[in-house]
Design a protein around this ligand. Structure first.
Ligand code: CMX
Length: 472
């Protein structure tokens, strides 16, 4: 087996395994990483990284390098890289669906991204074909989860439903049960691994159940197909299936395929964005107390449900639709767009989809999603929402810069994605962040496995009161 890509700058995947068992592959990677970690812990623990400021203590720890996160990093000017690879490189080399190998428009699979994030190894096509099957085989939800979801009021926000469903699965946790029995610390990761794969396998079914209950009176919109990938199944369960006989969205076959590929791209790209964002950080923090992966990720979902984080995905679409109405469809009218933006800023509201805690340039995930639309010129030619999103990305940065508050006036990922889902007929805006929630599982839950492999301690920073700060 040839390795197609060097993975870590100083850490090539020399222990590459052809096994289709992800856990077995992970086991081949662990010893070398542990040696590196032990070196850092033993020899570099007293090494000073940053000088902390009072501004960071009262300013959301901004710029404070206080977390350990391995699979992805975010450069303020270049955006996210996954084990050092850019989005384009990942799109190039991570395996796609076995059914669409010759289709140039087919996108990388989120399960390929998960494999890569967790092991740092580029999986082969065969490994991913088998892994997709494994995920589909574990997709079924326990009946009590279905029952609880069925009993929730339709008015309950889909993100709250998502966090409830994930918390409930704590009943399945092999880690929690093993811990109760008593396990050596260095075995904990193996149980966490089982929980993580089980949870990620079940996310399409949870997402589908929430969608059908909230918007289709509980009608079954699709089924899990064990020969299909994770995103295909997720799409089917919310009514987007490539099989014409049960197509609930009245899309052509090629549009349905597009939608599935949009979900693949979206979920792979949203999978990880280093450790400091609210959803990743919350998952890591709660997991550090040895809460099981279900409880930990449920906390991550609750963080993602905030409008300054993942809920921006829904806010952007509402904002674009509202603006288009106000513009009377004149999505080319720069002056009217500027006026609309100023009105919003002057009423002390944020422009959703713009700004970022770390990025200082347009988000490359935004660019990749826009490229998805641009690559389908006929499909999007008449979509005025898509045109407005693109136009806005040219106008809003200037307005925000003039406004002078935000450190980053450029579009972030949430600026583009929802309007593409909307285009294909996923119009329930409150639901958009649920798909974000399914995708964000990839990175934080991979890191949670590594947290236990490394035996990281409970997270416990120290706080300071105002009197102490004022007397500095
Ligand atoms: N519109 C208007 N004002 C903005 C702004 C925007 N898009 N982005 C930042 N600002 C303002 C902030 O509210 C802040 O104002 P105050 O000083 O009055 O509090 C000021 O500019 C400085 O903020 P910042 O340091 O540039 O940004 P932060 O790191 O504090 O916040 C973020 C980052 C993303 C929360 C912020 O840019 C924002 O609210 N954006 C809009 C919501 C959004 O798109 N969120 C999604 C982010 C991506 C994701 O996590 O999914």
């Amino acid at each position: 087996m040839t390795i197609r890509y060097p993975i870590f700058k100083n850490f090539k995947c020399r222990f590459y395994s052809t096994s289709s068992d992800l856990k077995a592959v992970l086991k081949t990677v662990i010893p070398k990483k542990l040696r590196l970690f032990e070196h850092v812990k033993k020899d570099l623990s007293s090494h000073q990284i940053d000088i902390q400021t009072v501004g960071s203590v009262i300013g959301g720890m901004r710029g404070n390098k206080a977390m350990f996160w391995d699979a992805s990093s975010v450069d303020p000017n270049k955006g996210v890289t996954f084990h050092g690879l850019s989005i384009e490189e990942c799109q190039d080399i991570l395996p796609k669906s076995k059914m669409e190998l010759n289709d140039p428009k087919s996108e990388l699979l989120p399960e390929s991204m998960l494999w890569f994030l967790l092991t740092g190894c580029i999986p082969s096509q065969e490994q991913i074909d088998d892994f997709s099957k494994t995920l589909a085989e574990h997709a079924q939800l326990p009946e009590y989860v279905n029952k609880v979801l069925d009993s929730l009021p339709k008015s309950l926000h889909p993100m709250t439903q998502l966090s409830i469903a994930i918390s409930l699965l704590n009943n399945e946790s092999v880690f929690a049960k093993a811990y109760e029995r008593g396990i050596p610390k260095d075995e904990a990761w193996e149980y966490v691994f089982e929980d993580v794969i089980n949870l990620i396998s079940k996310l399409p079914a949870i997402v589908g159940k929430i969608y059908s209950n909230t918007y289709y009176n509980g009608k079954e919109l699709g089924v899990i197909n064990k020969d299909k990938d994770w995103s295909y199944n997720l799409s089917s369960l919310i009514g987007f299936t490539v099989d014409d006989s049960i197509n609930h969205k009245n899309l052509s076959r090629s549009q349905s395929k597009d939608f599935v590929n949009l979900v693949r791209l979206y979920c792979a790209l949203h999978g990880d964005h280093e450790g400091g964002n609210v959803s990743a950080h919350a998952t890591h923090l709660v997991g550090s107390s040895l809460s099981d992966p279900y409880l930990s990720y449920s906390a991550g979902i609750q963080g993602l449900a905030g409008p300054l984080h993942g809920l921006a995905a829904q806010e952007v679409v509402r904002f674009i639709l509202e603006m288009k109405d106000t513009l009377d469809g004149e999505v080319d009218n720069d002056a009217k767009i500027e006026e609309y933006l100023w009105k919003r800023l002057n009423s002390k509201r944020v422009i959703p989809g713009y700004g970022h805690g770390v990025l200082r340039k347009p988000d490359p995930r935004f660019t990749a999603i826009i490229k998805f639309g641009n690559n389908r010129p006929e499909e999007f030619a008449k979509d005025r929402n898509f045109q407005l999103v693109k136009k806005l990305s040219q106008i809003a940065p200037g307005v925000l810069a003039k406004h002078g508050k935000t450190k980053n006036p450029f579009p972030n990922v949430d600026s583009s994605s929802g309007i593409l889902f909307y285009h294909y007929g996923l119009k329930e805006t409150l639901f958009f962040t649920v798909i974000f929630g399914a995708s964000r599982s990839l990175g934080p839950l991979s890191q949670l496995i590594w947290d236990r492999i490394y035996g990281l301690p409970i997270e416990r920073p120290t706080s300071m009161d105002l009197k102490t700060l004022a007397s500095l």
